[in-house]
Design a protein around this ligand. Structure first.
Ligand code: CA2
Length: 145
């Protein structure tokens, strides 16, 4: 079996490219899926993609990843700043996780400066828009090598 990773996206990211383009850009989540799948091929990685607006579904996706994938790229969106449950799930999987944010969360409101994910992630990429997912794939490819 080849190497496989999953990209997990949290609440409201399904709206990407259709609302607030001044913050999140014009790229849609479907564009990011296409981009990362293509880049995954160049790295020999199979890329699965998942988005949910519900915290419990995201916890389930992280738990299920342990059975199927070698690593996770996670943009937990607003749950980044609130969810002990997601942090616990990441810790329990033992899989390497790269945390991604489209925007630079440190140049935004104070409440976005703290992430429950960062302490349990292998690393964090933020502020580079959709390219951040590609950079995360590069990082994850080395981590699961
Ligand atoms: O910059 C990021 O990727 C965020 O994870 C995006 C979250 C935000 O709560 C985090 O602080 C940073 C918000 C995702 C909402 O996405 C939308 C996209 C288009 C229109 C409205 C919301």
């Amino acid at each position: 079996m080849g190497k496989s990773v999953i990209i997990i996206n949290g609440p409201n990211l399904n709206l990407l490219g259709r609302r607030e383009p001044e913050i999140y850009g014009h790229t849609t989540l479907a564009d990011i899926e296409t981009l990362t799948r293509a880049h995954g091929e160049t790295l020999g990685l199979d890329v699965a993609f998942f988005q949910s607006n519900n915290e419990g579904d995201l916890v389930d996706a992280i738990q299920d990843a342990a059975e199927r994938h070698g690593g996770i790229i996670l943009n937990a969106a607003a749950y980044t700043h609130t969810s002990v449950a997601l942090a616990d799930a990441i810790k329990a999987t033992g899989l390497p996780v790269v945390e991604v944010h489209l925007s630079n969360i440190f140049s935004r409101e104070e409440f976005r400066h703290h992430s429950y994910i960062s302490a349990v992630a292998a690393g964090v990429i933020c502020g580079f828009g959709a390219k951040g997912y590609v950079l995360a794939l590069e990082a994850l490819a080395e981590l699961i090598d």
